[in-house]
Design a binder for this molecule. Sequence first.
Ligand code: ADP
Ligand code: MG
Length: 320
Amino acid sequence: MAHEFDLIRDYFQPLSRVAMDEVGIGDDGAVLNCPPQSQLVVVTDTLVEGVHFPMEALPGDIGWKALAVNLSDLAAMGATPAFFSLALSLPERCNHAAWLNAFAAGLATLAEGYQLPLIGGDTTRSDRLTVTVTAQGWVREGRAVLRQTARPGDKLYVTGTLGDGALGLQAWQNQWDSEAYAVSLAKLNRPEPRVEVGALLGTYASSAIDVSDGLLADVTHLIEASGVGAALDMTAIPLSAAMQQQIDDTPQAWSMPLSGGDDYELCFTLPPERIAAFEQACRPLAIPIRPIGCITAGQTLVLNNRPENLTLHSLGYQHF
Ligand code: ADP
Ligand code: MG
């Protein structure tokens, strides 16, 4: 095994680009400057092999995804990402230059796109590959976007398309034609966190959550936190072309966009008077956003315009 310090120097130190008067990798802790009138938002997510990604997943994809899922959480808080740290438990089979280079490159590709320095971490040996990223971001004071502040009458929006994470997993497990499912596989392996939309949420949104456990589960979290209900319009749920092909009005097919995991899209609420300004601010980003329903006073989740045989119950939702 490469010595721990050589490994950090060779693969992770190059990702640590902090300002002259800051301290990144190399001391006992990082020292970082905080912008004035800001609050720090901190998120952590762990990926475990065999649980969050298959044993055979490509190292570059694992590196990308470990950071992406954290940037998605920051975006859902309305925060702009600033830096991140990495706790790595590494089995012997990954401890060689090809694996480490590819892993660090996947991480670096996403990090460099947002100019995020890696500021530290920890490296241990383990039988099981486990990657924990902690990411920090900034919001303007008092502007963090929470789950608990949706109000009846707000419109519910999502970014991108839903269900592709689950469809990508099926395509991968069943070795379906990788070109036909390229979009879904890309979403599974290299999800694009909605950082730019997240940065707008503090100005316009009344609440937000990221869709990582499936739309119904995450909307449920949001409405329970807010003490409200929601009515979703099934015909408005955005689906990729590949997903659309799968939809045959059975609960099984609909379970992908409604309760599949790994989408990493944002779901947020907008008070009606802010919708026009938000949509205008979003336009230059070229990230699709779609209204899929509204917040109600009823404290229940309702699916409107649904196929006859599709109920929340048939999707495994007994809660309501
Ligand atoms: P300590 O013994 O104080 O915990 P370490 O030997 O764990 O220090 O780490 C030395 C330096 O390398 C620290 O600055 C730490 O933040 C950094 N570091 C360790 N592992 C990683 C990693 N996987 N990614 C980035 N930085 C790391
Ligand atoms: Mg340490």
